[in-house]
Design a protein around this ligand. Structure first.
Ligand SMILES: [Zn+2]
Length: 567
């Protein structure tokens, strides 16, 4: 052992010395604030905006000289835009931390834009900001690490070796002014030189601007922060102040419960009941459910869809500020005396259930094995439901918010018994799997949702003698599974493919509820073949639960033409 002893202290002093020597070998880059900004912005324009330039030049021929000129003007414009923006925020103390922050954030942003075809518009950014860390953890992987090494670590190393050269303040001010004027000049010249193609691009594909990085996420961040500040300053607007129980409440003999299951990321294209080549809904197919034709979702991400699904006017006259600033259907129902409970197995109700009774699957003590590493299987949502039904009084709405098919780790959403379609993708990094594996894992997760819904129907049916009940299942938005090289969801609504917007919807009613509400299920089945949208949900639930309010619009109640009791 003795000869080993002297090694310990020597090793301690060796490491920093070696690092110091290595550091000394790296050249120091002496730059002014403006020089450093120019370097940083050139990096962003040339390296981080690949998606934007490629999108803008799509369909053009490489042999075409005007395409090259357009591309060069775009890069120059992007560079000038960022230079102008950052010149306002930078001085000798802020420039390095600011660039370091932007380099790291931009590396993450460009990774997700390139890998999954994500556009960082305000809606997507809101979704990213509200994502909980369990979801974020599933987005990390080896390919991200490699991307970060190249796009963040490498430029950070250069930045670290930069020494800022300072100027006397009068001269510094003049230089800065000159840079701003020059930046403006380049931006204007770039815009003028490509006026024709650029203006037609912005008319036809204005979402492309959300690929200009880092301006896209900085802009979206400012929009979201502004909207949130305004929302915080003003209390949520009360709606449906006139809500009261309908006539049927007095004549009913049994308690009535509607269970609404808010699905997650289930797309209509893979839904067995809707004609998918694969039977992904075998258990529902054996039950007397009404399957709706593909339903048009209000948004392409949870943050947009969820509040919209519970609003009186959703996509047909979309106004995000009004929806976020107002109470939801749940508040209107509660005002009329409906017992409302929100049970969550995901990232919360996005304000929809604010101030109303809420539970999470963790709270309700779901059985052993349901939850692992802070994530629970959706069956946990059904925990204790039998007792709940036996004790139900009056008129109730229970909302179950699923984890469903939340990606990218579809394989984590179901127990092994549902891994029926093989081979399945068992990686958090979708790009490391084949399309077939991704689709298999996605479909397995749908099989599990099918199972959860079937169990729920059986539980409701078991209490049908003493409780009138109905189930309404609808997903919040769809998903891209590699079509057109797109993955996940959240593309700007105007350009999102149908697979992100078309979702399944299923209804089931006990004979008692159908009787109590005069509901002709055969008629409803016929109606279900027609198109429907999230916009129908608000009015359909008012109709099913028989709540009277001036907000109710009969035309948007899917059950209205099929109810004998006029209202
Ligand atoms: Zn969602």
């Amino acid at each position: 052992m003795a000869p080993m002893l002297p090694l310990t202290p020597r090793r301690k002093t060796l490491a920093p010395a070696a690092a110091e020597a290595a550091t000394r070998r790296l050249p120091v880059l002496r730059l002014s604030v403006e020089g450093l900004l120019l370097l940083g912005c050139a990096w962003f324009a040339l390296v981080s905006n690949r998606m934007f330039v490629a999108g803008a030049l799509k369909g053009r021929d490489w042999g075409d000289g005007s395409a090259w000129a357009f591309g060069a003007a775009l890069v120059a414009g992007v560079l000038a835009l960022h230079l102008l923006m950052l010149a306002l925020l930078s001085n000798r103390w802020t420039v390095k931390p600011l660039l370091a922050l932007l380099l790291v954030a931009t590396a993450f942003a460009s990774f997700y834009m390139q890998q999954y075809g994500v556009y960082l518009d305000p809606s997507m950014l809101r979704n990213v900001l509200r994502t909980d860390w369990h979801e974020a953890g599933e987005l990390l992987g080896l390919s991200l690490l490699l991307h970060l090494l190249l796009h963040a670590a490498l430029p950070l190393l250069v930045l670290w070796r930069v020494e800022i050269v300072t100027r006397p303040w009068k001269r510094a001010l003049l230089v800065r002014l000159a840079v701003v004027v020059a930046g403006l000049g380049v931006l204007v010249a770039a815009l003028l030189s490509m006026f024709q193609p650029f203006s037609s691009l912005m008319r036809n594909q204005k979402e492309l601007r959300y690929l200009i990085t880092p301006a896209n996420y900085l802009w979206s961040l400012a929009v979201v922060a502004g909207a949130d500040a305004r929302a915080k300053a003003a209390p949520r607007q009360a709606i449906g102040l006139d809500a009261k129980p309908g006539a049927s409440w007095a004549t009913r003999t049994r308690p009535l419960l509607v269970v609404m299951v808010v699905g997650e990321t289930a797309r209509s294209a893979n839904w067995g009941l809707s004609g998918y080549a694969r039977q992904t809904t075998p258990q529902l197919a054996e039950r007397a459910v009404i399957n709706f034709a593909p339903v048009t979702a209000c948004g392409t991400n949870t943050e947009t869809s969820l509040p919209c699904m519970f609003a009186p006017v959703g996509r047909r006259d979309y106004d995000e500020a009004r929806i976020r600033g107002s109470e939801s259907l749940l508040h209107v129902l509660a005002r009329a005396g409906v017992g409302v409970t929100w049970r969550d197995n995901q990232s919360g109700c996005k304000g929809v259930c604010e101030g109303l009774p809420t539970q999470t699957v963790q709270d309700i003590g779901a059985p052993e094995g349901t939850c692992k590493d802070g994530r629970c299987m959706d069956e946990g949502l059904l925990h204790g439901l039998g007792d709940m039904l036996r004790n139900a009084r009056g008129t109730q709405l229970l909302v179950l918010h699923q984890l469903g098919n939340h990606g990218p780790s579809y394989f984590r959403r179901y127990p092994p018994a549902f891994a029926r379609f093989q081979p399945e993708c068992r990686s958090d990094d979708l790009r490391s799997c084949s399309r077939e594996q991704i689709v298999n894992a996605y479909d397995n997760a749908l099989l599990y949702t099918d199972h959860v819904l079937a169990r729920l129907i059986d539980t409701l049916q078991a209490q049908a003698a003493t409780l009138d009940s109905a189930l309404l299942y609808v997903s919040d938005h769809g998903e891209s599974l590699g079509e057109a090289n797109l993955f996940l969801h959240g593309l700007p609504y105007a350009i999102a493919p149908d697979v992100q917007k078309q979702v399944p919807m299923v209804m089931w009613s006990s004979a008692g509820l159908a009787g109590a509400r005069g509901l002709d299920l055969a008629c409803l089945k016929a109606r279900a073949a027609q198109p429907a949208a999230h916009d129908h949900l608000f009015h359909t639930l008012l109709g099913l639960l028989d709540v009277d309010t001036a907000l109710y619009q009969r035309d948007w109640d899917l059950t209205a033409p099929c109810r004998a009791v006029a209202r």
